[in-house]
Design a protein around this ligand. Structure first.
Ligand code: PLP
Length: 297
């Protein structure tokens, strides 16, 4: 075996830092306007008016029926795994993702099986997954639309119905992505989104889950509030994964600015692509998809 050598890289000669990413901050005045509302009402969390406003606006914007705002994207994943009862179950996911996709599965005590990614989209490859399914009993699939690039969602929907298993998407980076002209949120069973400060749309810390099933949505709504049901009785052991009014306020500000943010990043990406396309390998797909301008992988 060859001994690897540690190479001391020279320190960057640059005076100013080149940031890979930097959170977007909206107008402070606008943010304070919302904070004042919360202060006046003395309603800081627990299904408050700002949370309701952001929920309604996002549902409208994304064209979804069942959307639940939560404290962060990792909690969104944990809740989705809990709702689909993946404890001690076999789950296929991708190795090429942010750690939370699979560490949250581990917290749920799932038996994780990593399947190879497609060399173009860098996402879970349905053909490889199908092969795996011929020899192994699998209870759920967790694909990730990495860097916002949708995977072959139609193929995964087919696999889901054929084998009667849920498809839970880590859509932390793909809230705005499209597959064959439709929002990615129209595919699969559950989507988990992250509104962390480094994401294009954010609430400082935060996230959302969208559901196909009304029952799943209602159960998740209880679970993020300690498992307390409508009548005030704890119906099952839940957790605290609620989004506060101050976090929702940030989301309301940034949602207004989102078209401008997208336009600006679109311009940067066009420039990167035109100047780098011949020198680097870009993520791509052989199906019709839209990847919002967030990253330049
Ligand atoms: C950001 C991200 C997460 C984690 O979301 P948090 O809101 O930071 O908990 C999970 N998966 C992917 C793919 C992400 O990009």
């Amino acid at each position: 075996m060859q001994q690897s050598k540690v190479v001391q890289l020279p320190l960057s000669p640059l005076k100013s830092k080149v940031l890979v990413t930097q959170p977007y901050v909206p107008s402070l005045d606008k943010y304070m306007h919302y904070v004042e509302k919360a202060f006046d009402a003395k309603w800081l969390t627990n299904d408050g008016p700002l949370l309701k406003e952001l929920t309604d606006r996002l549902k409208d914007y994304l064209g979804v029926k069942y959307l639940l705002l939560v404290s962060n994207g990792t909690a969104a994943l944990q809740l989705a795994y809990k709702i689909k009862d993946l404890s001690n179950k076999t789950v296929i996911s991708t190795p090429f993702t942010f750690p939370a996709t699979t560490t949250a599965l581990e917290w749920q005590n799932a038996n994780i099986q990593l399947s190879d990614i497609n060399k173009n989209s860098w996402n879970l490859d349905p053909k490889v997954v199908e092969k795996h399914l011929t020899t192994t009993k699998v209870d759920a699939i967790v694909p990730v639309n990495i860097f916002g690039m949708p995977c072959d969602m139609e193929a995964f929907d087919k696999i889901g119905s054929k084998h009667n298993i849920p498809i839970i998407y880590d859509s932390a980076q793909s809230m705005l992505s499209k597959f064959k002209g439709k929002s990615v949120l129209q595919y699969g069973d559950i989507h988990c989104m992250s509104f962390h400060a480094t994401k294009l749309f954010h609430t400082v810390e935060g996230g959302a889950i969208t559901f196909n099933s009304k029952d799943d949505y209602e159960r998740a709504k209880r679970l993020i509030n300690f498992g307390i049901g409508e009548n005030g009785v704890v119906e099952e052991a839940g957790i605290n994964a609620k989004m506060s009014e101050l976090h929702a306020a940030m989301g309301l500000c940034i949602l207004d600015d989102l078209p401008m943010l997208i336009e600006n990043r679109e311009k940067s990406l066009t420039r990167y692509h035109s100047q780098l396309a011949s020198a680097v390998t870009l993520q791509c797909s052989n199906y019709d998809s839209y990847t919002p301008p967030m990253y330049m992988p």
